[in-house]
Design a protein around this ligand. Structure first.
Ligand code: SAT
Ligand code: MN
Length: 592
């Protein structure tokens, strides 16, 4: 496969530790992919779905105790604890290696170890970073072949050197008590044991493209962000690119694949998807350029339907792996809650138990067919609205950064930062209600700076300073915005319809970037005049509702400002003074 001594040493070291029966070098070829798929079907690791209805699609269930990322078992292992900061769990590298090696010892006896060479972003591009993942899971191999560029060409690109991320994964026994997701940014190493779930084991994704890459970006002068990238093509044919950060399971995939409302389509607007989860950003001629380092989408299935995201649905009709959704045994397809398709009559739930939609648990609550964090892994190239710039190695120029969370109250539909520093403050103080994407309680408001709380591979204070510095170097600074699609009324119902109608907010954002529209100065930043949000053609929505999603409750904001102060205090002296300054400005604005 390769004579790169660093690769050979790495593989040999872990072969000795894990003691697999066999080592298989994955080369990324179609023939091998076919063979490995057949093998995964034969072992029962995946179920083949209907060839006529969903060609090339597979179905997989994880262990019941292993359905989401585990933030409390995720560690940043740096020599100096300070480099991990207060928002990360930390372990000393020597302690972590010793602990993990002990768990890993002989864990692959009777199993095969796969060696996966992969590239984040297009092989050979200036953005490209390479990795090699060792795993005992065929499911991981097949997913990595969708989510990243898996190819033995990666070895050539290493040119005999050791500039690659070493990913080590084993399911071991899936023991949740011994589950560890450890990043060693100083060594370019990721070590993940006792899980078989997405973000914990597809090491190219959160572990590499965010945690390790954010650290590399800090050291090397670029940025790795938890952001979708979309292009809005205007009637004049020009396309403007927006990067938007939202916490997991807050609709990034839906926004990235948005279909504009009819009134916009008729005028000639189109939205193109460059990425739905991760953006790598570099400076060129004073402008940020963004690429999506991934090659597929790992999206949340529940709630995806022909209305909410027809493009995602179309993307998943072939060569897609479904995880923890409901299995329709009648026609060998899949189903999930919120699909707007009638529930199957002969089905098995995500735990593999016979299921129908009338079943209730011991408390009388409906039993779900699909896990709320069930996922599809789909190739980007299936996406009907994939941007033609997707493979562009130079990236796309960014006009705006958007931060957003899930907030029932407080945050209005949209507002704009006064300048870069204020924008960094808005990102740094983002808050959102927790979702099923991570283990733990759902619906609790927590601060999630830039949606990077679980993904920042270094000290968050250094991360804020890096944001401030990167922006200050740009002659062409993107404008920064905050959005909230999730405001609710007194009955707890969402006021703003979201999905395709979010185009109306993107439209305002773009017009702001082009200085085409005025705004109102408020204590929290610039806000739209209600008449500048186009609500033409919206059903069940009127000016009154628009006013309510744009309204500011000053008392709630004073409370918010106090909470931000408490949040900042936790960071101690290292927090950039510029953020404190922004809080003082906010407080003084709120006093009026
Ligand atoms: O499980 S993943 O981390 O890959 C998805 C997510 O939580 O955003
Ligand atoms: Mn994500």
């Amino acid at each position: 496969m390769t004579d790169n001594k660093y690769v050979l040493e790495f593989v040999e070291k872990y072969r000795k530790l894990f003691s697999p029966d066999e080592v298989v070098w994955v080369d990324g070829s179609r023939e091998q992919h076919k063979m490995l798929t057949c093998e995964a079907i034969a072992t029962g690791e995946v179920i083949k779905l209907s060839n006529s209805l969903m060609p090339g699609c597979l179905y997989h269930r994880t262990a019941v105790n292993d359905v989401a990322r585990v933030e409390d078992r995720t560690f940043i292992c740096t020599t100096d604890r300070e480099d991990a900061g207060i928002t990360n769990n930390w372990m000393a590298p020597s302690e972590a290696y010793a602990k993990l090696d002990a768990i890993a010892k002989d864990a692959m006896k009777g199993r095969t170890m796969y060696v996966i060479p992969f590239s984040m972003s297009k092989i050979g591009s200036p953005f490209a970073k390479y990795g090699i993942e060792l795993t005992d899971s065929l499911y991981v191999v097949l997913n990595m072949m969708i989510m990243t560029r898996v190819s033995d060409k990666v070895y050539d690109k290493l040119k005999g050197g050791d500039d690659f991320v070493k990913g080590i994964h084993s399911k071991v026994t899936l023991d949740a008590e011994q589950r560890y997701i450890c990043q060693f940014p100083e060594d370019n190493v990721i070590y993940s044991l006792n899980s078989g779930y997405g973000g914990n084991v597809l090491l190219g994704k959160k572990c590499f493209a965010l945690r390790i890459a954010s650290y590399q970006g800090w050291k090397q002068g670029w940025m790795a962000e938890h952001m979708l990238i979309l292009g809005v093509e205007k009637p004049d044919g020009e396309t403007k690119y927006i990067c938007a950060a939202f916490p997991s399971a807050c609709g990034k995939t839906n926004l990235a694949m948005l279909i504009p409302p009819k009134v916009y389509q008729e005028k000639g607007y189109k939205v193109w998807t460059v990425g739905d989860d991760i953006a790598w950003l570099r400076k060129k001629k004073g402008t940020f350029y963004a690429v999506n380092p991934e090659n597929g989408f790992f999206g949340v299935a529940p709630g995806t339907n022909a209305k909410s995201n027809p493009n995602a649905l179309a993307t998943t009709r072939r060569n897609t792996i479904f995880t923890n959704v409901c299995f329709n045994a009648k026609n060998n397809t899949v189903w999930w809650e919120g699909s707007k398709i009638e529930a199957p009559t002969k089905a098995y739930d995500w735990k593999g138990r016979p299921w129908n939609e009338n079943m209730k648990d011991e408390n009388g609550n409906p039993i779900k067919g699909a896990h709320p964090n069930s996922r599809f892994t789909a190739p980007a190239k299936n996406c009907p609205c994939l941007s033609k710039e997707f493979e562009n190695s130079r990236g796309v120029p960014v006009s705006a950064f958007v931060f957003g969370g899930r907030r029932a109250k407080v945050a209005p539909l949209v507002y704009q930062a006064r300048d870069w520093e204020h924008g960094v403050f808005i990102g740094a103080t983002m808050a959102s209600e927790t979702t099923a994407a991570a283990a733990g309680k759902v619906g609790v408001v927590r601060r999630d700076p830039m949606a990077m709380l679980p993904f920042c591979g270094y000290n968050m204070c250094d991360y804020f300073a890096h944001w401030l510095k990167m922006g200050s170097r740009m002659s062409n600074q993107p404008k920064i915005f905050h959005v909230n699609w999730f405001r609710t009324d007194e009955n707890g119902n969402f006021i703003w319809p979201g999905f395709g109608d979010n185009m109306r907010v993107l439209d305002w954002i773009i017009r702001r970037c082009e200085n085409e529209v005025d705004a109102v100065e408020t204590p929290i930043g610039y806000m739209p005049k209600a008449e500048d949000i186009n609500i033409e053609g919206m059903e069940d929505f009127d000016m009154e509702k628009l006013q309510s999603v744009l309204s500011l409750d000053m008392n709630a904001w004073k409370k918010e400002a106090d909470e931000i102060g408490e949040f900042f205090k936790k960071f101690g002296d290292k927090l950039p003074e510029k953020l404190w300054k922004q809080l003082r400005i906010l407080k003084s604005n709120l006093r009026g």
